[in-house]
Write a protein that binds this ligand. Structure first.
Ligand code: MOS
Length: 745
């Protein structure tokens, strides 16, 4: 059974260390902490997309039994880190995060305008429905296509010469125009929302006026601590952020959003602990989303399939008050050996809330375009799409002219193709049917940059030989604790059951939040380094106990014991070492970060996906029937959880390709798909068998554990592979996601 589950994995993987508490419902999520005196808050949100509040009638709401307050800009406390309110209110300069309950101005539909706090959530929900807000409305612009002419270079980019989002050119611009075979096409992805099953939630608790504890769903307790400390002008240590268990996040929790500030403000104002849980409909406007993006690609090659030029332009949506920038066009500079490349990236500000990173941010969007265009060009060349990619394989980074730290994308292609049986593919579209359904094969590549941030880890061995490893890192779902336990167990030679990894608390040693696929590369390295340091201390203490351990490099650790050599039969246990030295525990704290190699090599994770689809020629329904995904992310730390992460990425990619679409009614500038009846995500019945393979070769240049990020490349390219398979099945190229039946019949 286990073997079948693990594809090409060894069966020594750890089960999730927190699996049991999660599936038995005993893991405590942010909204579930029992805090005495807790009261409940519910947001009232704007029903116009642009304008200002003229009045808030709250008497009826205040009369509801149990209601403690109706908070709005009319009576909210002053946040010390915010500038003094202007009279009359002025629209903020670009680059200012939304300040909740600050002034009467409305920037988007769904903006929090008031908040009811009551003894129970039911009382608060009812009272919130009675708050009457009147507005002076201004004309809003939310329609991307109608406004695309207003897109421009982001101010942030204009100000920063070194911004990666600057226009880029190598070789001659527009060289693709004169090539023998050329494709020019436009690709669109709609706004998509993260949709974690656990909505964002917070409990804010003030102790006196200057000590704040928040239980908040987010992806970085340290950055949330910093942002809250800054807003309330408190020393960092006076603010503690706890976020131990997270029911999915995908990027929606990377920053502190207005609803978190709202709850913290209310708790301060009322001197009561306040809980706020967003409703599903509020998840569309209270936290960010993957921005609506239109891309143009002009790509050309010689008749024998050598890429000559790529021009890749992308325009993404942002809000009127902030610029959200992402890597949309960047992969086109890096992925293939192509002499002439130009990229341009533009932003279109609209009367919407600010977008944010969503799994594979920028790259998932950009690679849909690039890898669709590569497929279109392969068909125009009458070449196998995989052969075409291999022909243009980049042996070194063509953008930075640097060697790769490691790259086994070729091996990924080969392994994936073999497992998928890609060789069975017929070149001509619409040439295979099965039970009256059209069958197609598609593939796409995946890449994602390497991120490693300075990370601290404390490792403590206790009198009984058990180990506690701590870091203020996070687990938004991939199984951080499990992977870190595996690393610690391996270094220390201690059974994983005797190790406890603690995370998700801002008082723990400083570590980055969980984003950008950086956790294992960053924190995993620090766990490795800290446990190595602890081992060194233990071995030194053992040497003081007996001559046997003085054999220099021969000493080994296993089963929680130090041995004089590999063949040594008698070891001394860590517990006995501590006892001998009269130590209750032994502790080390270490930091790990990138060194000079970061600038000497180009570091990326790579991968590819192979997809089979069946399409009904009558209804246009697409079913993904088989997926093989293969990744080169250096060393795999724990196969079982890695595999789950890869599967999750593919599932997200199936949603992106076939279902996900946040639809707006532009008459009101309001999303209409604000529940799971309207916003479709894949369910189990939509998901075929997904085979996962890894090259599992350590990248010796990236960090001491040889491991790169997996979270993002798992989704990057999946939508293109599906779109390419749909083309192969039907002969119809869909360049606007999602590929719904109406686009195929
Ligand atoms: Mo990821 S979008 O960096 O959570």
């Amino acid at each position: 059974m286990k073997k079948q589950l693990l594809d090409n994995a060894s069966d020594t993987s750890l089960d999730r260390v927190d699996g049991a508490v999660k599936v038995t419902g005993t893991a405590t999520y942010s909204a579930e902490y029992l805090v005495p005196g807790l009261v409940h808050a519910v947001l009232v949100t704007s029903t116009i997309a642009k304008g200002s509040i003229t009045a808030i009638e709250s008497r009826e709401a205040e009369a509801v039994p149990g209601v403690l307050a109706v908070i709005s800009h009319l009576n909210a406390i002053t946040v010390p880190g915010w500038p003094e309110r202007k009279q009359p209110a002025e629209r903020v300069p670009v680059g200012t995060a939304l300040r909740v309950f600050y002034d009467p101005l409305i920037y988007f539909d769904g903006q929090p305008v008031a908040m009811v706090v009551a003894g129970t959530r039911e009382q608060a929900v009812h009272a919130a429905s009675l708050v009457r807000v009147t507005y002076q409305q201004e004309t809003h612009q939310t329609h991307f296509e109608k406004n695309i002419g207003k897109a421009g270079v982001a101010l942030n980019v204009q100000r920063s010469k070194n911004s990666p989002f600057q226009d880029y050119q190598r070789g001659e611009a527009a060289k693709s125009e004169n090539t023998e075979v050329r494709i020019e096409a436009e690709y669109t992805i709609p706004t998509q929302h993260h949709q974690p099953l656990e909505p964002h939630a917070i409990i804010a608790v003030w102790e006196a006026d200057d000590k704040l504890t928040v239980y908040d769903k987010n992806q970085g307790v340290k950055s949330a601590q910093g942002q809250l400390a800054q807003a309330f002008k408190l020393p960092r240590e006076n603010v503690q952020v706890i976020s131990k268990y997270i029911g999915g996040a995908f990027g929606s929790g990377i920053r502190v959003w207005p609803h978190t500030m709202a709850a913290v403000m209310a708790a301060k104002q009322l001197k009561r602990p306040v809980k706020l849980v967003l409703g599903r409909e509020q998840m569309f406007t209270s936290v960010g989303y993957r921005p609506y993006t239109v891309q143009k690609i002009n790509i050309g090659a010689t008749k024998d399939g050598r890429l000559i030029g790529i021009v890749h332009e992308g325009t993404g949506q942002t809000s009127m008050y902030e610029e959200h920038l992402e890597r949309t066009v960047l992969a086109s500079r890096t992925l293939y050996a192509c002499p002439h490349v130009a990229t341009r990236y533009r932003l279109l500000p609209l009367d919407v809330n600010t977008p944010t990173w969503m799994r594979g941010p920028g790259d998932a969007t950009g690679m849909f375009a690039l890898e669709s265009a590569m497929d279109e060009l392969a068909f125009a060349l009458k070449m196998d799409p995989l052969e075409f990619r291999l022909k243009n394989y980049a042996e070194s980074d063509p953008e930075r002219n640097l060697p790769w730290s490691a790259k086994s994308l070729r091996e990924c292609y080969e392994l994936g193709a073999e497992k998928f049986r890609w060789n069975n593919r017929m070149q001509a579209p619409r040439s295979v049917t099965q039970n009256g359904l059209l069958m197609g094969y598609g593939m796409a590549s995946s890449l994602y940059g390497f991120h490693r941030h300075p990370s601290k880890v404390r490792a403590v061995i206790q009198a009984d030989g058990s180990v506690i490893v701590q870091s203020a890192t996070m687990d938004i779902g991939p199984g951080t604790g499990t992977a870190m336990t595996r690393i610690a167990a391996k270094v220390l030679g201690v059974n994983a059951k005797k190790i406890r990894f603690e995370l998700g608390h801002s008082a723990l040693p400083d570590a980055p939040g969980q984003n950008g696929s950086a956790t294992i590369p960053s924190v995993g390295s620090a766990v490795h380094v800290a446990c190595e340091a602890l081992k060194t201390r233990l071995v030194a203490l053992a040497r003081e106990m007996s001559e046997r351990f003085k054999s220099g490099g021969q000493v080994v650790v296993r089963n929680g014991q130090v041995y004089g050599s590999v063949d040594d039969k008698d070891g001394v246990s860590y517990a006995d070492i501590l006892k001998y030295h009269h130590l209750n525990e032994l502790e080390v704290t270490e930091e790990s970060k990138s060194g000079a190699e970061r600038d000497q090599y180009s570091m990326y994770s790579f991968g590819c996906h192979f997809v089979e689809v069946l399409v009904s020629p009558l209804t246009g329904e697409v079913r993904v029937t088989r997926v093989v995904t293969c990744a080169d992310v250096g060393a795999i730390i724990n196969y079982k959880t890695a595999r789950s992460q890869s599967i999750g990425g593919v599932v997200g990619g199936i949603g992106m390709a076939l279902m996900e679409h946040s639809e707006m009614d532009h008459r009101f500038g309001r999303y209409v798909t604000t529940d799971f009846a309207g916003y479709h995500i894949p369910v189990h019945a939509d998901i075929p068998p997904i085979e996962v393979y890894y090259i599992d070769k350590p990248d010796v240049h990236v960090n001491p554990i040889g491991s790169k990020g997996l979270g993002e490349i798992a989704i990057v390219g999946v939508a293109a592979a599906i779109a390419n398979a749909v083309f192969h099945a039907t002969g119809k190229r869909v360049r606007e996601l999602p590929i719904t039946p109406d686009k195929l019949v």
